[in-house]
Write a protein that binds this ligand. Structure first.
Ligand SMILES: *Cc1c(COP(=O)(O)O)cnc(C)c1O
Length: 230
């Protein structure tokens, strides 16, 4: 697996899609998702120029943060259980998966203990698929109003996972709805909410996501190859 070459290809496609969306390539942040791969493999991606890493499991995230250190930034992209928040709050740059008020309370409480402010994204289940975590789009506004009252949480934007289909039109339509929700929420200018990140797009659909307004993509297999399930 030639990781450097994969990174070049991904960056090229990101740039191409950014241009279609009227953006500069550097406006799109690439989060390298190294789940199931050992830290040495992630190091290759770091040497290849990537600086943001995402993991979907707390334990793996903590192990890799310890191995690669703070020169790169870390993202929690998977579902976060309340009782595990304490292991990552204050240590990660961004939690993409805020999906309940209980979890928000827990993050807020933990952040108070470490004297930090935690940046988060609110996860939205835009496709309505039952297997997916995230808020229903119609619940997002009220949720944001509630979370805006928590002083130790700073909402930076929204995150979603595209529908599980190969139908590019369906994927595009989902991402388009997500972008419009993002813009609506941004326009509300709620206190303590800084909407500037829209995290959507993975290996198979990041080009569509960027064309439809994503400014952060989470890319695993297109960089690291097929996952190494243990
Ligand atoms: C695994 C994962 C990704 C990356 O998936 P690829 O299809 O390998 O790019 C992105 N986002 C989340 C939430 C993930 O769990």
């Amino acid at each position: 697996m030639d990781i450097r070459k994969n990174i070049e290809i991904v960056k090229y496609k990101v740039a191409e899609s950014a241009e279609k969306a009227g953006k500069k390539p550097e406006e799109i942040r690439i989060v390298a998702v190294g789940k199931t791969f050992p830290a040495e493999i992630l190091l290759e991606a770091k040497e290849g120029g990537l600086r943001e890493f995402g993991e979907n499991k707390v334990q793996e995230l903590v192990e890799k943060m310890n191995a690669l250190g703070k020169e790169v930034s870390w993202h929690m992209i998977g579902h976060l259980q309340k009782n595990k928040a304490k292991y990552i709050v204050g240590a990660v740059d961004l939690i993409h998966s805020l999906d309940s008020f209980d979890l928000a309370l827990q993050i807020d409480k933990t952040a108070e203990k470490c004297g930090c402010i935690q940046d988060v994204l609110v996860q939205v289940n835009i496709s309505g698929e039952e297997t997916k975590f995230g808020l229903r789009p119609e619940d997002v506004l009220n949720f944001l109003k509630e979370v805006s009252m928590l002083e130790r949480i700073r909402v930076r934007g929204l995150m979603t996972i595209g529908p599980n289909t190969d139908d590019k039109n369906l994927i595009r339509e989902s991402f388009r709805r997500m972008h419009s929700l993002y813009i609506d929420m941004k326009d509300k200018k709620l206190d303590n909410i800084n909407m500037d990140i829209l995290s959507m797009g993975m290996s198979k659909d990041f080009e569509i996501a960027i064309q439809e307004g994503a400014n952060m993509v989470r890319i695993g297999s297109a960089i690291f190859g097929n996952r190494m399930y243990r």
